[in-house]
Design a protein around this ligand. Structure first.
Ligand code: ZN
Length: 701
């Protein structure tokens, strides 16, 4: 498959593999918390097998095949046999990369981007390689079943979506957007939402249509039938029955180790939802979940994100467990308890600061387990609108995800010296910046407002530091920052938070809280500033598209700040060769010209935000965010240096004599394979479940 046209459909052999570090956070948990985390992890991994069935018709069988194949002998042993049998290192790597791709994307379509990926080795060669397995006779029938679909890139197979141009298993192949609309309208009249459902359409010989709306649940039964003319709607339950039933069992075991009543009630409601298919019970569980504030072990499980259903209403299964990093949290809380002192260092006067510091709802958690089609760096859930609007939601920041991706050492556009500093100090700098950004960034600054009773929340003597005159505008009753700033609001606020991070990372007393003093403190500040300039001016354009503009609020924010520093002569981006860029930062200028430039810009950001002056905010922000030459020409260099999405190796947990053990694996393809081989204690039962479930629905897709 060296055909160039297929390159977007393969995962490269140099695919970066990194490990999700969770040891120090996990060690900080009590035994009870560890057991709670263990059982919810099990539930997540078992439920994650459902995601395979939601991805493509062949994902379940491919997963079973690869899992059996790789469990038959250690990867290193297989590798040496294959090398001795005349296979090249590249061919063997291609097989491992493909297997790891299927494991980490929960199927043979990319979790981000939804395009299909096929093995980077020709079909005949792959088959010959697989035949070396000691259990080939057992595997062969399964291989024959799906080997053609493995490589099929014909129209309708290369990406997810409605047929005929795409493929989906959320709806049967004969469902059109019109069918979906019809069913959704009926469901709406029944007050039913689609998160945990799939839709299967059948048309009888006499042209009568039946829509089966199938709920995910252990129990199997017909819940309701309703006929209108030639159309029958049928609500059934029992989708993924053996797998979702196992999830309920695992969660049952976690109850004993829950930390509080909210967690107990939450688990009970989830269990009921997974047994019966009741989405209301899942909502109830989510209501308890949002009340469980700042838990040591955070989790969420169910049918959550709707990105991959072509209709955008059915949720993909996702389960995760994240644990509080107590050492990191201690630093963050010291930062918070000193907040009032640090806030006075910001470039605005007291009148533009809140009367009393309110700690933003932020805890950094490290992912222990994340099952699904990909791992985000943060999530804002639940997605149920009725709960979000009136009862709230949680913003879960997964602190070890981004540092994990720093392990693979490729950092283009830097001098060798900077790249080395980066490698060594990027994680500590990131921790510092995250703490400052989240707590003092988003937590700082006041909005000047007129209250309902006609009074103002600021003194009449207050002067705008930019003009020296009284503020020219303020928020009227009912105005919020989001309604006033609209589409600009999120990137503008991220930029303000990032700027606060840069600005306060110059303060020795802040650095000290994070354990950095003297020379080391200077290095961490430098790497923090350099990271931002590099992420903004060097990598940021990955997330900008002609005609569409900025795709991501943070990337835009960093680009803006990088431009501010370039304008101040503190940073620079140049093009030393046709295919390369060079990002530099003048280390000696950070504390002088750098501090002045960021301080002045931050002051403008804050004053325009505080006074609700959208016009000035827009003019300022869009000036720096605009992508014109030379950036337009440099974008192709940025894209050419874009790295493949990383694959994460996750730990396994097990219980021995009522104590939870963590097992680590190498950050390598072999380590990743081994982690999946050892993940399930009864693989035979889920092999059967995945194959049976795939077969039962095969004629629908
Ligand atoms: Zn932010």
């Amino acid at each position: 498959m060296s055909n160039k046209n297929n390159s977007q459909y393969i995962l490269p052999n140099d695919q970066p593999v990194v490990s999700l570090e969770v040891k120090s956070a996990f060690e900080g948990l009590t035994e009870k918390e560890k057991l709670y985390a263990h059982y919810i992890s099990k539930a997540s991994w078992h439920g994650g097998l459902i995601t395979l069935l939601q991805t493509s018709p062949e994902s379940g069988p491919i997963f079973v095949f690869l899992h059996k194949f790789l469990s038959a002998q250690p990867p290193t042993e297989f590798k040496s046999i294959a090398l001795n049998s005349g296979f090249s290192e590249d061919e063997i790597t291609a097989l491992f990369v493909y297997a790891c791709g299927v494991f980490t994307n929960a199927g043979n379509y990319k979790g981000f981007g939804d395009t299909k990926f096929i093995p980077n080795i020709e079909k005949q060669r792959l088959e010959a390689l697989l035949k070396l397995s000691p259990i080939w006779s057992e595997l062969e029938p399964l291989w024959k079943q799906f080997k053609d679909s493995l490589y099929d890139l014909e129209n309708g197979k290369s990406c997810l979506g409605y047929g005929p141009s795409g493929i989906t298993t959320y709806l049967s192949h004969n469902c059109t957007p019109k069918d979906n609309e019809k069913v959704q309208n009926w469901l709406k009249s029944e007050k039913i939402e689609c998160y945990n459902t799939r839709l299967f359409k059948t048309v009888s010989a006499d042209n009568k249509t039946t829509y089966e709306i199938r709920l995910a649940s252990e129990e199997k039964k017909l819940l309701k039938t309703h006929t209108e003319g030639d159309t029958t709607y049928q609500i059934t339950c029992g989708d993924y029955s053996p797998l979702i039933g196992q999830v309920a069992k695992d969660l049952q075991q976690a109850i004993e180790y829950a930390a509080n009543e909210n967690e107990v009630n939450m688990l009970k409601a989830y269990i009921s939802s997974f047994k019966t298919g009741s989405l209301d019970d899942h909502k109830l569980g989510s209501r308890y979940w949002i009340k469980d504030k700042g838990p040591a072990v955070e989790s969420y499980i169910g049918f959550i994100e709707t990105y991959r259903d072509p209709a955008g209403v059915r949720g993909e299964f996702e389960g995760f467990v994240a644990v509080v990093n107590r050492a990191m949290s201690a630093k963050f809380s010291t930062l918070v308890s000193n907040a009032e002192k640090f806030l006075t260092l910001l470039p605005w006067n007291k009148g533009f600061e809140k009367d009393k510091f309110l700690k933003p709802d932020f805890t950094s958690l490290d992912v222990l387990t994340f099952a699904g089609s990909g791992i985000p760096a943060g999530i804002n859930i639940p997605n149920y609108d009725e709960i979000r609007q009136s009862e709230g939601f949680k913003n879960v920041s997964l602190g070890n995800v981004i540092p994990a991706s720093y392990q693979s050492a490729v950092t283009p556009f830097l001098t060798a010296e900077d790249a080395e500093l980066f490698q060594k100090w990027r994680v500590p700098a990131f921790e510092l910046q995250v703490g400052l950004h989240e707590l003092l960034g988003h937590g700082s600054g006041k909005l000047l407002r007129k209250e309902l009773d006609g009074t103002f929340n600021f003194p009449s003597t207050l002067l705008d530091p930019l003009t020296g005159k009284p503020p020219s505008s303020f928020y009227e009753p009912g105005d919020t920052y989001d309604t006033k700033f609209g589409p600009l609001s999120s990137s503008y606020e991220e930029c303000r938070a990032e700027a606060v991070g840069l600005y306060l990372s110059l303060e020795p007393n802040v650095l000290k809280i994070f354990g950095h003093e003297g020379e080391q403190a200077d290095i961490v500040t430098y790497v923090n500033w350099l990271s931002l300039v590099w992420a903004g001016a060097g990598k940021g354009l990955e997330l900008w598209e002609p005609g569409r503009g900025w795709l991501q609020a943070h990337a835009q924010a960093r680009f803006v700040l990088a431009r501010v520093l370039i304008q101040a002569g503190v940073a620079s981006v140049t093009q030393p060769t046709e295919t390369d860029l060079l990002v530099t930062l003048d280390r000696s200028a950070i504390k002088g010209a750098g501090r002045i430039a960021i301080g002045q810009f931050l002051l403008q950001l804050q004053v325009y935000k505080a006074t609700g002056d959208l016009e000035k905010a827009q003019a300022l922000y869009n000036h720096y965010a605009e992508v014109k030459e030379p950036w337009l020409s440099w974008r192709s260099i940025v894209l050419a240096n874009k790295q493949a999405r990383k694959m994460f190796v996750q730990v396994n947990t097990s219980v021995e004599e009522n104590a939870v053990k963590l097992k680590y694996y190498d950050a390598s393809l072999e380590g990743l394979v081994q982690s999946w081989v050892e993940r399930f204690s009864e693989p035979q039962s889920f092999y059967k479940a995945l194959l049976d479930l795939s077969k039962a629905d095969a004629n629908h897709f």
